[in-house]
Write a protein that binds this ligand. Structure first.
Ligand SMILES: Nc1nc2c(c(=O)[nH]1)N[C@H]1C(S)=C(S)[C@@H](COP(=O)(O)OP(=O)(O)OC[C@H]3O[C@@H](n4cnc5c(=O)[nH]c(N)nc54)[C@H](O)[C@@H]3O)O[C@H]1N2
Ligand SMILES: Nc1nc2c(c(=O)[nH]1)N[C@H]1C(S)=C(S)[C@@H](COP(=O)(O)OP(=O)(O)OC[C@H]3O[C@@H](n4cnc5c(=O)[nH]c(N)nc54)[C@H](O)[C@@H]3O)O[C@H]1N2
Ligand code: SF4
Ligand SMILES: [Mo]
Length: 909
């Protein structure tokens, strides 16, 4: 690869991962190497980055990138490189033909909260104003759509009223269905820092699991999965009964209180505790704390949204804030933490199938008229399009015949993932814009379009507090990749539509800003809070210089509004917010005899979604390197599985395999499986295949946190792992997971094939595994037939090329020291002896799995330091072994290790 030298000036940009939207200083050294640091001037993070943000430099390389357009031959299945001309012609003519034959609703776009606002804007404009269908939906349907629906019902518009400072001004922060410590780490650190300053500030976590977030909480409510509506209905009734509501606010600014209170049922603490499976004293403590604390922020995330009662959960929470008048004032309010970097931007442009554009809606012809007049477009969609899950149903049934997937990986991330595969297989034309060539979804694409990735593209994103920040390019466009907005405009132009001739993202942003202000005032009857009129007319230089800015920003003179609803005015025409009655209902699918456990799915600290980017970082692979099934030890016993063994999780929809573990704080009856692992990195670990396709009736958001499942042992005869510079032959292995190393690939493996005991059998197997023909190759080998143990390393010119360790039992040697051998040009005698022995000689002890990814500090190192030096706080650990001293993401785990080490010490005295 040619390295293009570029100026190593630092560029201010925004992290492409979570909705916190941290500012990043990127200092490129060359086309693929960049130094990353937090931007001290950015008001989201003030210079801090979490571990994923800190590791961004490791993910900008070109490994695995899609760099040229490709077309698939449907007969042979093979892909071939084509010119942009041919690729665009195929897409445009394919869409045009299907529209001509079957109408505009026969095609669909499935887009992403990871697109930039400018990409999103033109995709929405093309579909809703030019093709004339509303069949554009986004993966935000899987993410924030229950919050969107809840906000619209309560406020009359999809508005997040808060800003991050409110988290610091609050005296009580309630985190509902949010593993903030792992998923919004920088906001978590801001909360924790404030709590250290003001210990009287309280944190309550509402989550069935005891997560890393609970380490910092004053109170953890491990409620029954799905019972949040009951919890907040109970709270509303409690507030009313104890005179803790704000009658003046309710009278002046809301409607529907009585109906909501009636739906909430009587204030019966014992009953609510029973319904939510909570300790009555804990419940009382929470209700009292909420009742007496004026400054309360209630944060909610996927434990709330991803539920068949998701929208009601959101309104249940908002009802309590409206009843107490705790909204629109400093340090209080309901706060939906957004997941993706541009979840909010997508909502602003109308990326969801049931919104039109710029917070204008379907159902009122005036809204359609406003948008169509502004666009001067040939058409305007008149009714909502298909929501993600329905959309893929329609693809499977043949109603939708072409789909363009942009920046999302639905085969992994939609529920009932095997059905998504079947749908894409049937679909006449599948187009995918991605930055990576091999993904589970791209395996089904007929046309692959190479997009520019983070660091290469330019545009804006909006974070959870409605702050618009620039993502800026700092490395040159690789190969033939193009910006998403440009690809969309190219297709639009080839379909014969004018009005897509933008010279750059600044022109798109300008049009978007103008639309937000167009006929946006009380006199039109379609006044909406989303207005960035103050950002219109930016030329390229001004756009490039745009500083992080919160909306609304009607005009430069008026400036940004940091907190919405300060005047008590909401977006409904009468200015009043609405209480929404939320009658509780149980999740649609309940556990039964065949599927007795509830599957909960979510995230781990160091991976991002389907791992196409974070999966390429060796640093991030160290924390958790394989998929797992976290379950209560007694449930494991009942299912006949043991910690460390492989097990199959199955539901009525599909199955997957992962390793059983305890210690994730699971209550009885629930299991937790992470969402990240997929067919590219593991043989059978795609949890989306297991998840039920039930959706919330209002928002259409899938119930990702609640699927009845069964767990059974996955029988294997041996366990093992390999490290190698070249890929091994995975057909020889029953179960595998790939783990990225700095100078090697590691494969965790297990198999069912029996080796007989004659020597040579294992040896031949190892040679075949690593594709080695040379009979005189240099091997270091050890075999213990009686224990069923075999290990071998293949050495070329004194340098290790590959090694494999297998055993009949899952307890295998540590991997960390083996990885260090791949950094060496030659093995010394001690290394060779260590390989034979299966453990390091004279190299100190095994450091254990990574806890602190920034400094690469392992669990054993930390536990030994705690034990030997009597460390009592995370800060002491940091000063002793550095762990926790950079991004701080591991601090909750350090606290847990202190407790665990102390427990272990006590149990041995
Ligand atoms: N490290 C990392 N961070 C991320 C992401 C990532 O992939 N990796 N993705 C980003 C995205 S897009 C999103 S949407 C966010 C998601 O951020 P979060 O919502 O914080 O993350 P999840 O792990 O999906 O789920 C949160 C919690 O909901 C709990 N839960 C399950 N069922 C219930 C229930 O019935 N009630 C309640 N109260 N809680 C329940 C789960 O046990 C889990 O701990 O994270 C963002 N940040
Ligand atoms: N079981 C279960 N499933 C879930 C969830 C859950 O909690 N449980 N959570 C859901 C949620 S909240 C979310 S947000 C989704 C996320 O799920 P996905 O959106 O499917 O996951 P990603 O891996 O983020 O997919 C992004 C894709 O875009 C590509 N990409 C990256 N940058 C660019 C770019 O600039 N342009 C283009 N065109 N492509 C790019 C990446 O390579 C990748 O293939 O998962 C959902 N699915
Ligand atoms: S908290 Fe981490 S992942 Fe989220 S934006 Fe900040 S650095 Fe990126
Ligand atoms: Mo998300």
């Amino acid at each position: 690869m040619t390295i293009i030298p570029i100026e190593s000036a630092s560029v201010k940009t925004t992290c492409p991962y979570c909705g916190v939207g941290c500012g990043v200083n990127a200092s490129p050294k060359n086309a693929t190497e960049v130094t990353i640091a937090g931007d001290e001037s950015h008001p989201s993070n003030f210079g801090r980055l979490c571990v994923k943000g800190s590791a961004l430099g490791e993910t900008v390389g070109l490994e695995g990138r899609l760099l040229t357009p490709k077309l698939r031959d449907r007969h042979t299945g093979s892909l071939s490189d084509v010119s942009w001309n041919d690729a665009l012609a195929t897409v445009a003519s394919g869409f045009a033909r299907i529209i001509a034959e079957h109408g505009p609703d026969a095609i669909a776009f499935y887009v992403s909260g990871q697109l930039l606002t400018e990409d999103y804007y033109v995709a929405n404009k093309l579909m809703k104003g030019y093709i004339g269908s509303a069949n554009i939906d986004t993966n935000s349907r899987l993410c924030m759509s229950s919050s969107v629906a809840g906000h619209k019902r309560a406020f009359g518009e999809d508005l997040v009223p808060m800003n991050y400072e409110d988290l610091e001004l609050a005296d009580l922060v309630v985190l509902v269905g949010s593993n903030t410590a792992w998923c919004h780490p920088i906001l978590f650190q801001r909360i924790v820092k404030m709590k250290e300053k003001r210990p009287e500030m309280k944190i309550v976590v509402v989550d069935p699991r005891y997560t890393a977030t609970c380490e910092m909480a004053d109170l953890h409510l491990p409620l029954k999965p799905g019972s949040d509506v009951r919890l907040f209905n109970g709270l509303l009734a409690f507030l009313a009964e104890h005179g803790a509501t704000d009658a003046a606010f309710v009278d002046a600014h809301t409607r529907g209180f009585d109906a909501a209170l009636a739906a909430a049922g009587p204030a019966d603490l014992a009953q609510t505790a029973k319904d939510c499976k909570l300790d009555q004293h804990d419940l009382m403590a929470f209700y009292r704390l909420f009742a007496r604390t004026e400054r309360v922020v209630t944060v909610y995330s996927q434990g709330v949204n991803q539920s068949s009662a998701g929208t009601d959960k959101v309104n249940g929470i908002i009802n309590c804030h409206l009843a107490t008048g705790r909204i629109g004032r400093p340090g209080m309010g309901p706060f939906s933490f957004t997941g993706q970097p541009n979840a909010m931007g997508g909502r602003e442009v109308g990326g969801l199938a049931n919104t039109l554009a710029a917070h204008l809606e379907f159902g009122d012809p005036l809204h359609g008229e406003i948008v169509q007049t502004f666009w001067n477009s040939p058409a305007i969609a008149e009714r909502a399009g298909l929501k993600a899950v329905e959309l893929f149903d329609a693809i499977e049934s043949g109603r939708v015949k072409a789909v363009w997937v942009m920046g999302t990986n639905p085969v992994v991330s939609l529920p009932d993932g095997d059905r998504v595969k079947r749908a894409l297989e049937k679909c006449e034309l599948v187009v995918s814009s991605d930055i990576i060539e091999k993904t589970d979804t791209n395996a089904f694409a007929d046309v692959l379009l190479p997009a520019l990735g983070w660091g290469e593209k330019d545009g804006t994103v909006t974070n959870s507090e409605r702050r618009i920040s620039r993502q800026r390019a700092f490395i040159p466009a690789p190969g033939k990749a193009r910006a998403d907005w440009r690809i969309i405009c190219d297709v639009a132009t080839r379909m014969g539509f004018e009005d897509f001739g933008f010279a750059g993202p600044h022109e798109i942003f300008d049009e978007h800003a103008r639309l937000s202000a167009y006929r946006n005032d009380a006199s039109t009857g379609v006044h909406r809070a989303f207005d960035i009129g103050g950002l219109t007319g930016l030329d390229r230089a001004q756009y490039d210089a745009l500083q992080p800015t919160q909306w609304p920003l009607r005009s430069v003179q008026e400036g940004s509004i940091a907190r919405l609803f300060e005047t008590g005015r909401f977006s409904y025409a009468d200015g009043r917010a609405r209480f929404v009655p939320t009658a509780p209902r149980d999740p649609v699918n309940a556990p039964d005899e065949d599927y007795p456990l509830v599957l909960n799915t979510g995230r781990v600290r160091d991976q991002w979604h389907t791992m196409t980017r974070t999966g390429r970082s060796a640093k991030l692979a160290g924390h958790i390197s394989e998929s797992f099934i976290d379950m209560h030890p007694q449930d494991a016993l009942a299912c006949g599985v043991r910690e460390g063994e492989l097990a199959r999780v199955s539901s009525r929809w599909g199955s997957m395999i992962a390793r059983v573990q305890h210690g994730g704080g699971m209550p009885r009856g629930s299991v937790f499986v992470p969402i990240h692992w997929n067919d590219q990195v593991a043989s059978d670990a795609r949890v989306g295949a297991v998840v039920n396709p039930v959706v919330d009736p209002v928002s259409g958001e899938p119930e990702f946190k609640h699927t009845p499942v069964a767990i059974e042992k996955f029988h294997v005869t041996w366990h093992g792992f390999s490290l190698s510079r070249a890929a091994p032959d995975l057909d020889m292995v029953t179960h595998w997971t790939r783990v990225h190393g700095a100078h090697h690939m590691r494969y965790e493996m297990a198999g069912r094939n029996r080796f007989d005991t004659s020597h040579g059998d294992h040896h031949d197997w190892a040679r075949a595994l690593f594709h080695i023909d040379d009979r005189h190759a240099d091997w270091i080998e050890y075999e213990d037939k009686s224990a069923g143990v075999y290990r071998a390393a293949h050495v070329v010119d004194e340098r290790i090329e590959s090694c494999v360790f297998i055993s009949e039992r899952p307890d295998l040697p540590a991997r960390a020291w083996l990885a260090t051998l791949f950094e060496k040009d030659r093995l010394d005698d001690e290394d060779r002896a260590s390989l034979l022995l299966g453990q390091p000689i004279g190299k100190g002890e095994d450091t254990g799995p990574t806890v602190c990814s920034c400094f690469g500090v392992g669990r054993n190192t930390i536990c030994n330091a705690i034990r030997d030096k009597g460390l009592k706080t995370a800060a002491e650990i940091t000063s002793c072994v550095k762990a926790g001293g950079n991004c701080g993401s591991c601090v909750p785990e350090l606290k847990k290790l202190i407790v665990e080490t102390e427990m272990a010490r006590l149990s041995t005295v």
